[in-house]
Design a protein around this ligand. Structure first.
Ligand code: C5P
Length: 230
């Protein structure tokens, strides 16, 4: 089976408070989206790549990726799941149901090539697929529902992982899972949640904790540092 890549980049990055979406902020004079896409495409044998963009995107034409003939674009949706599903629909007819699709956040430029190959090698014969994830390092507190955030209890972290990307699933199964979530109004923030909702048990593949998702302004300097050390 072939490998396909979907990099959702249709978000508007509200939490960054920047004048453009976070995937178009620059690190060492390159768009974050360009760093992310070249890392992925240069380090695994993808058959094709689909990037859902916001319908009001005005930065893509200025990206390096716009001139990369390995990359196709489509229009994303209101939620991340809508954007991913629109990319899968755009790949219909090119990809087979049994092919693998990797979904990776545009805002995660620090993915280490070793984690990418390890994810693919680990899951290639797996019946369901899975995701990169990192064990939780901090002690976790559950807050009560009162006005002030008071600790209700300390949560056992021994079984808790942070979900990272890429997440890797069979093309047909992921498409059906996302369609089911949208139809039944079950909100999901990653692909694994959609697969779980459809009754699957994705495999957690341990990845590096520094595969950070750029979310707030201070993440930019951190990502630059991580990239300079890899
Ligand atoms: O907002 P968040 O950090 O969860 O976004 C994760 C990724 O999903 C980002 O790369 C963002 O561009 C993408 N996204 C999308 N379509 C949306 C919302 C987010 O492609 N409607």
């Amino acid at each position: 089976s072939d490998l396909w890549l979907v990099v959702p980049a249709a978000g508007i990055g509200q939490r960054m408070k920047a004048e453009c979406p976070k995937q178009y902020l620059k690190i060492s004079d390159r768009f974050i989206l360009d760093i992310t896409l070249s890392r992925l495409l240069d380090n695994a044998p993808f058959k094709g790549c689909m990037v859902p963009l916001n319908s009001r995107d005005q930065w893509w034409p200025d990206s390096e990726s716009a001139n990369d003939d390995r990359i196709q674009t489509c229009t994303g949706g209101n939620e991340r799941a809508d954007s991913v599903l629109s990319a899968l629909h755009a790949l219909d007819g090119q990809a087979d149901d049994n092919d693998w699709v990797l979904v990776h956040d545009a805002a995660r430029p620090c993915l280490h090539p070793h984690d990418l190959s390890n994810l693919i090698d680990t899951l290639f014969e797996h019946p369901v697929g899975g995701l990169l994830a990192a064990p939780v390092a901090d002690t976790l507190k559950l807050a009560g529902r009162g006005a002030e955030p008071e600790v209700e209890e300390t949560v056992d972290r021994s079984q808790l992982w942070r979900a990272l990307t890429p997440q890797m699933f069979r093309f047909g199964a992921l498409k059906s899972a996302l369609e089911l979530c949208l139809k039944s109004g079950h909100g999901v923030t990653d692909e694994s949640s959609a697969m779980e909702f459809s009754g699957n048990m994705p495999l957690l593949v341990e990845g590096r904790a520094d595969n950070l998702k750029i979310t707030v302004p201070s993440d930019l300097g951190l990502a630059e540092f991580i990239l300079s050390r890899q």
